[in-house]
Design a protein around this ligand. Sequence first.
Ligand code: ZN
Length: 345
Amino acid sequence: MQENTENLYARPHRRFNLLTNEWVLVSPHRTQRPWQGQVEDKPKEKQPEYDPNCYLCPGNERAGGAVNPDYQDTFVFTNDYAALLPDTPEAEQNENDLLIAESERGLSRVICFSPRHDLTLAKMSTKEIRRVVDVWAAQYEEIGAIDYIKSVQIFENRGAMMGASNPHPHGQIWANESLPNETVKELNASRAYFEKHGRSLLSDYLKTELEKGERIVHQNKHFVTLVPFWAVYPFETLVISRRQTSAISDLTANERDGLADILRETTANYDLLFDTPFPYTMGFHQRPTDGEDYPELHLHAHFYPPLLRSATIRKFMVGYELLGSPQRDITPETAAEMLRELKEK
Ligand code: ZN
């Protein structure tokens, strides 16, 4: 059903997140409120190409005593402070359905995207990012083949505001034997949609967004970046593969180039928005690695950037958002338009 949404979007309303079955409150009239709250430090503009004190730079010693090889493009190693450990013994607790816990096996790895300390995805070439895509795909397959691993979560925390402990361009993989919360929510929603309609939820959603156009930010032959209809963070985006596939390792060579290119475009454009290296958490959602087929799942990446209205003012998830539902001020349509206009400059 086609609705006239002009009045709806101009006033307080809520939108449904198809992937998580949760609602977000949108308050477009509130964008003019004065800000007297916390202001963050602007990140240091210039990093050196090599930092002798960086534990990720080639040839340097890490905290655990290991020495990094003199790597030329990418470098993968087991996190010296891994959140998950492969040799965790099995144990569980259930006291009267009240105190419930279970052991969790897994592993954590770090992926250096480049030997250059001063680069970011936004400053790397498509060819360089393509190598990172290949490493992600190979790691997904290698770790996913471990018999007890069901979930391989690939992500990047970029910028001190998102808790990244080191500016050297790198990402992480946390893999474990149970499915994490967000994966379970998206799996349930995608499965319900697939059973009802016989197609992947994101295939149909992407088709609708391409027809409407108002939330599209970037697109190439293989991938599309858009501000999702239900975005919580002001400049949150979703990168969706045009072809329905459920894992990064299934992508063809051309599709991997397409992914590398749209990641470069998306991150470079973010940096232009507030004239600052844009902080974010980015990560992929793909099928569990339990050997099952997941025709309902559709490969995508989420970008969650915390910045609200300038390089130094961030969004906080507090108050009503912690107790009730998340809330945003500017509409996703406005955010998409702002990002698109930068691109056209
Ligand atoms: Zn997702």
